[in-house]
Design a protein around this ligand. Sequence first.
Ligand code: PRX
Length: 638
Amino acid sequence: MTNKKNPGDLTEVLSAAEKIYRPSKKIISQANVKDYEGVLKQAAKDPLAFWAEAAEELEWFKPWHKIIDISHKPFYKWFTGAKCNLAYNALDRHVKSKIKNKIAILWEDETGRSRSYTYLELYHEVNQLANALRRQGLKKGDRIAIYLPNLPEIAIAMLASVKIGAVHSVVYAGYSAMALAERIKDAKAKILFTADGSFRRGKAVYLKEIADQALKECKTVKRVVVVKNSQAKIKLNPQIDIWYHDFIKHEPTEAACAEMDAEDPAFVLYTSGTTAKPKGIVHVHGGYMVGVFRTIKWVFDLKGEEIFWCTADPGWITGHSYIIYGPLMAGITTLMYEGVPDLPQPDRIWRIIEKYKVNILYTAPTLIRAMMKYGTSWPAKYKLASLRLLGTVGEPINPEAWKWYYKYVGKNRCPIMDTWWQTETGMHLITPLPVTPLKAGSVAKPFPGIIADVVDKKGRSVPAGKGGFLVIKNPWPSMVRTVFNDPARYVKTYWREIKGRYFTGDVAYRDRDGYYWIQGRTDDVLKIAGHRIGPAEVESAFVSHHKVAEAAVIGLPDAVKGEVIKAFIILKQSVSPSEDLKGELKAQVRKTLGPMAVIKEIAFVDKLPKTRSGKIMRRVLKAEELGLPTGDTSALAS
Ligand code: PRX
């Protein structure tokens, strides 16, 4: 669970005598990487050679001159001079082999509907859509906004966009109209993909209505392509809207792949930071495909025959890298489930694993903790023998949840890959491999080729057992290239805090065996059920209510979701606090940001702790709330 640290207040962490979970002989004998320590050492000696070797496993239209160009650091460039395409590696190249008849996507939704696509079928449909996009006038570099639920069409839209060299911006379908509009405007998207509706917890969500509301403010969007996914009776405006099936209907099933420069952007994905404006994280074709391909193959030990289920949503980076691009590049079957894990009853996850004979389950600690609450009788009813490996991501996992996952899901035989990474890193950076001895709750060691460190404010390594800032010391291929439209923000956010190091924003410690333990964020960024939410975004949602003068939000520990939000509100003069008003304010945040920004508690206050320059000191609020020392308060205004 998240345990935020005050950056100036690095504490000694007692290292408990942990149990080591060693891989079985079977796991070791099957593993793609058997000599873990040897591979780490070799890659550390020459990370560039390591990544060049990884890149050679993919197809390039033209080879690179240089593996890395550091002349404009921190704007690193990888595989310079090379030509390639991410979608070509995810799809086109498989159609030349027998993989073409394999199932690429298996899909099921909450209501029990299911569909599947072979690689060849997926390739044909992506080509049809690529042709339709070109006919629409879309070209290299144009931005395509995608606001779709977890449907095969989201993958198809992403792949078609990348295939023609456009840049997709997927906006999680749980975001509100305002959040969608903000992202479309920043990216200046020319086209939007959405659906008529979807279901969540049995309730219809009318996405097209939300999209229409967002588009009132977005002048750049000239076409809206609508996937028919529900029985919702919606009106299309023939000037701008078109059904997805009509859009692709007469298009040929072959389409040329755009030859992209390795450094051309493939997508932008917005994520939250400390300010109210989300950052457009830019990822490129070449380096991204190398990093994601190498990590999925090594961390999940892929052989080519797996049924892989990542329970994230394609709207987040986990979905981009490990539902869509990673599994497809590896030529395996990716399972997409559009729905919640406990409908119609809390066995849905286990039922799906049995039904599709899932080999690898990659999920989030929040989901594991929610399943724990329902009890072991649910997984016990199902045959989970197909599982070979487990994974977790997105937030720290508490040892108790780790052990439950290991025992009741993995039946003491499936190693758990606790993968630490970020929207910005594109791929896993600190993670075990299947042969790594595991400790419950630790993300083990940096992936081969990655050099991490735990440092103090001045960038000096701190000794084992001491908490500090988690930094990455060398560039990696799938790293964020810039913040869309804001290169200065890229430099300031990631490269200014600790000179010459990539600043992750996380606090961690390393134990005597070199294992990393992630303790949470150094900033006030919230992690609610693994979703990254900026406190300033929530505060500005509150302040947009006419009765609110000021707001501050903090995350409080929660046994299931990791964190929940508590808000401190100063009301405008002459406004009286009431329970009804609390309900109104909660609804306001939901309307502004979307349903994932759930406010657990609201307190009406007269004053907020602030620095002399007027910045709210959220950590003081948090410390007071949790009964902890407030740390350095010298900046606090009296
Ligand atoms: O705090 C870390 C936490 O999630 C943050 C990144 O969030 P986001 O960009 O939304 O990406 C999530 C999925 C990759 C990190 O800064 N985090 C991610 N993975 C872990 C984690 N914390 C602990 N353990 C992890 N395995």
